[in-house]
Write a new protein. Structure first.
Length: 268
């Protein structure tokens, strides 16, 4: 696969196509999001200063720059050369040093067992081969490393991958794929102009099955990972209620778009 990205709200433009001024305006938001995500990962794995973090489908490098600012060794993998070039501009603007590599999720240009955290945000739904992408994340991670990804959900009817199809997340997967391919060929405006629309949609059961098949041992969903300290009293009560059973998690997944998971590579 030579291009990865997702649709953003508002202009419905593929992420990797954003202009520089828009990207720079998102720097504070990206820093907050990176701190939140890495704080969640620190609950399940040791994340020391200087740990290596790879962002797959890094686009213009916002997450990579945020990690570099926090003192991590940050690397982005991005197949689109213009996005990589802009990532270096963003880093220079912020006074940071980052590394951007040409590559894709199914063929990471990284040494085996060299990385502490692999992140793939709004990428896995766009890849050509999910099994290959998961296998590559497993390969490059050190034993005990974490693979975190956020992706499209088949449980919530609300989504941001295509316009004009109500409750699209609930469509059968073969129908979703057919519509996405049609949109790519006939109505690219509905999918942000991306050449790689979202073809893979996930439930927690499907994500766990594929991750276990790739070799990962422990898998955490977004409700497991969220920190009580991220919100006020009502947030804490809701989080406690969601975590109380598989049924309440299902109800939350029906209401909240997207989904995310973290998986641990076993130690030898």
């Amino acid at each position: 696969m030579r291009h990865q990205g997702s649709v953003i709200a508002g202009g419905h433009l593929a992420t990797e196509q954003r202009p520089l001024d828009v990207v720079l305006s998102l720097v504070p938001e990206a820093q907050r999001a990176a701190r939140a995500m890495l704080g969640r990962i620190a609950r399940i794995a040791l994340l020391e200063p200087g740990s290596s973090i790879v962002d797959v489908g890094a686009s213009q490098g916002l997450f990579v720059a945020a990690c570099a600012r926090m003192g991590y060794r940050a690397v982005g993998v991005e197949p689109w050369s213009d996005a990589r070039a802009m990532a270096y501009e963003v880093a220079a603007h912020e006074g940071l040093v980052v590394e951007m590599l040409d590559g894709c999720a199914e063929a990471l240009p990284l040494q085996s067992e060299s990385i502490d955290v692999v992140r793939a945000n709004s990428v896995i739904e766009h890849v050509t081969d999910v099994d290959a992408a998961f296998a590559e994340a497993f390969r490059v991670l050190k034993p005990g490393g974490v693979f975190w990804f956020a992706t499209a959900s088949s449980l919530c009817p609300r989504q941001g991958e295509i316009r004009g199809f109500p409750a699209f997340g609930w469509y059968p997967d073969p129908l979703k794929r057919h519509i996405m391919i049609w949109a790519k060929e006939r109505r690219p405006d509905l999918i942000g102009g991306t050449a790689f629309p979202a073809l893979h949609w996930f439930t927690p059961a499907k994500a766990r099955r594929l991750l276990w098949r790739a070799g990962f041992v422990r898998v955490y969903d977004r409700w497991d990972l969220r920190l009580p300290s991220e919100g006020g009293r009502l947030y804490k009560l809701l989080l406690l209620a969601i975590r109380s059973s598989s049924l309440t998690k299902l109800l939350a997944d029906l209401l909240v778009p997207c989904c995310s998971f973290a998986a641990i590579k076993p130690r030898a």
